[in-house]
Design a protein around this ligand. Structure first.
Ligand SMILES: [Zn+2]
Length: 195
C-alpha cells in the first residue's frame, strides 16, 4: 500500500527531527498540532505527515495485539472518518463511518466490521463525497497514544470512536440507511447484534 512507502520515508526523517522543535504543523483532517518534522504529505489521506506517523505508531500497537476482537479495525475506521476531505477518497470516508455505525450502534467487533466491509465492497456502489463536519474534534490519535496502559489505550480508542461518530451527527441517518440497505442486499444479514 502507498501509505507504507510514505511512512518508511518519513520514518527516516523523524530520526532527524528535534524533539523540542518549536514550529508546529496542524493536520488538515483532525487539526492536531505536532512538531513540524517536514514529513511528506500523504497523497491519499487528508492529514499531515506527522499525524499519519502517529497513526502508524498506533497501528503498530493494535496489529501487535492480535486480539480476536480485532480492535485494529476500529482504529482504521476512526482515523478515516476523522480525515475526510482533501485527498481522502470518498470510499475511505464512507467505509470508516459504516464501521463506526456498526461498532457503536450494532455492537459489532472489529472482525465483524471487517466482514461487513467485504460484503459491502462487493456491491460496487459509487460513493458520494462526504464533507468533513464543521465542529472541532476533541480527541485525536495522540490521545490514544498518550494513554498509559494497554487497557487505558483500548478505553481511549472507544472514546475516540464515539467522539468522531458524534461529530458526523448530520450524516447519521444517511449512514444507517445506506449501511442497512447494502448489507440486506448483499445477503447474509441479520439485524441487531451479531456475535
Ligand atoms: Zn490528523
Amino acid at each position: 500500500m502507498k501509505i507504507w512507502g510514505i511512512l518508511s520515508g518519513n520514518r527516516s526523517k523523524m530520526r532527524g527531527c528535534p524533539k523540542l522543535n518549536k514550529t508546529m504543523i496542524e493536520c488538515p483532517g483532525c487539526h492536531l498540532k505536532l512538531p513540524d518534522c517536514h514529513l511528506d504529505l500523504p497523497d491519499r489521506t487528508n492529514a499531515s505527515g506527522e499525524c499519519l506517523q502517529a497513526y502508524s505508531d498506533l497501528m503498530s500497537y493494535t496489529v501487535a495485539k492480535q486480539d480476536p476482537e480485532f480492535i485494529h479495525q476500529h482504529v482504521v475506521d476512526t482515523y478515516a472518518a476523522q480525515h475526510a476531505g482533501g485527498s481522502t477518497r470518498n470510499i475511505t470516508v464512507a467505509f470508516g463511518l459504516i464501521g463506526l455505525y456498526l461498532a457503536l450502534e450494532k455492537g459489532y467487533n472489529g472482525k465483524q466490521v471487517q466482514q461487513a466491509h467485504m460484503r459491502i465492497a462487493k456491491t460496487r456502489k459509487v460513493w458520494p463525497r462526504l464533507e468533513p463536519p464543521l465542529q472541532p474534534l476533541v480527541l485525536t490519535v495522540m490521545d490514544v497514544l498518550r494513554a498509559g496502559t494497554h487497557g487505558e489505550k483500548d478505553t481511549m480508542i472507544r472514546k475516540w470512536m464515539a467522539a468522531v461518530w458524534e461529530s458526523w451527527s448530520d450524516r447519521h441517518t444517511w449512514i444507517r440507511m445506506t449501511t442497512d440497505e447494502l448489507l440486506a442486499s448483499s445477503g447474509n444479514w441479520r439485524s441487531g447484534k451479531r456475535r
